[in-house]
Structure formats: structure tokens, C-alpha cells
Design a protein around this ligand. Structure first.
Ligand code: URA
Length: 206
């Protein structure tokens, strides 16, 4: 059985937690990846973002949101007046889940069991950073923290109290990149909505 990430009697600092997570084999996703992609940002951050899982580029760089979704995320943060370096950015699942297609690694949505296996690390990050505002990006992060009944549609952009913080669910930047007009999805509109949600998060900081 994996060691608990944070025992009550032994609350480590972020660096210790990161080192412990680096060796995590609590689910099979570590196989075939570069490594654990732990969160980045200061322990003093007042805003925390939780994404789904690292992508191909995040796995190579061992850093969250550095690929195409990260670029869009960075742009949206700038538009919303949020400095990324002041925020803590992490994922619900910290290993890249993919299927191999030739030389390409294709993203696969992590399973509930992966989210559950990874939860101690996220709980550790939350306990140490204690963000004032917590923003979930997409359905996986929303479900991870709010439960399986969470739905992006209808719940995104609606802040709620959660475990001593204010949680604001929004869409995932990858959903904007994948916007399909044939399915009635307007990428520009989704992007504007995403920035509006981020602005709301900034306002919640007070
Ligand atoms: N998508 C995520 O959810 N997280 C990342 O770190 C990159 C892409």
C-alpha cells in the first residue's frame, strides 16, 4: 500500500511532499511516463488551480500547464489580471495518462481510480497552500473535489464555499482548444467565458 502523503503528525513542506510524490506507484500510470508532475507555485499562494492531468509536454518537462493548454491558460490569466507566479498550479492526477499511437502519445481521460490514487498528493498540496480561492479547470478536477455528480454545464462560474476556501469551477483550457463548431461550440465564446470566470476568481481574492 502507498504511504500516506500527509500524516497528521507529520505535515511536510511542499518540497518534501514533492520528493515523496516523485516515487509514487499508487496506480499504474507512472509506467511509461517521465515522472510525477507535481504542482508549481509558492506555498503562500492565495489562489490555486487544479487541472486534470499532465499532457505530453508537461510529462517531458515535469511541470504543469506548459503545453498548448498551458499557453492558452497563461494568456487567459494575463487577460484576467492574475500573475501565474503568485498562484499555485497543479493537477488532480500527477502522471500522464495516454495511449500510444505510433510515435504519438494520445491523451486519455484518467479514470476515477487514478484520481483516487493520486488524491493524497492533492490533499497535501491543499493542506499546505491553504488557498483562499480554489479554481477547478474542467470536469475531472471538478468531480475530484465536488463529487461525481458535478457538471460543468450549470455549475461553472458559480463560486461556493468548500472546506474553508471558495471554490470556483470553470472549464478546461483544452476544451477551448478542441472547440468544434460542428457541435455548436464557439471557441471564441468559450475563451471569453473562461477569462470571465478567471476575473471572477480574481475578484474573490478581494
Ligand atoms: N492539462 C491539464 O489538465 N494539466 C496540465 O498540466 C496540462 C494540460
Amino acid at each position: 500500500a502507498p504511504e500516506p502523503a500527509v500524516a497528521v503528525s507529520d505535515t511536510p513542506d511542499l518540497e518534501t511532499l514533492r520528493e515523496r510524490a516523485a516515487g509514487c506507484t499508487a496506480c499504474e500510470l507512472y509506467e511509461g511516463t517521465t515522472g510525477t508532475v507535481f504542482g508549481t507555485g509558492p506555498v503562500t499562494a492565495r489562489m490555486m488551480f487544479v487541472g486534470e492531468q499532465p499532457g505530453d509536454q508537461e510529462d517531458r518537462a515535469l511541470s504543469p500547464f506548459v503545453g498548448p493548454a498551458g499557453k492558452l491558460f497563461d494568456e487567459a490569466l494575463v487577460e484576467a489580471g492574475i500573475a501565474r507566479e503568485d498562484a499555485y498550479v497543479t493537477n488532480a492526477v500527477k502522471h500522464f495518462s495516454f495511449r500510444q499511437q505510433g510515435s504519438r502519445r494520445i491523451h486519455q481521460t484518467p479514470k476515477v481510480g487514478h484520481v483516487r490514487a493520486c488524491r493524497p498528493w492533492l490533499d497535501g498540496e491543499l493542506a499546505l497552500v491553504r488557498p483562499h480561492v480554489l479554481v477547478t479547470l474542467g470536469a475531472t478536477a471538478g468531480k475530484a473535489l465536488l463529487g461525481s455528480s458535478f457538471r460543468i454545464t450549470g455549475e461553472r462560474g458559480e463560486p461556493r464555499p468548500w472546506e474553508g476556501t471558495t471554490l470556483l469551477p470553470t472549464i478546461h483550457p483544452s476544451a477551448i482548444l478542441r472547440a468544434d463548431p460542428a457541435r455548436g461550440q464557439d471557441g471564441a465564446e468559450m475563451r471569453a467565458g473562461f477569462v470571465a470566470d478567471l476575473r471572477k476568481a480574481a475578484e474573490l481574492l478581494g
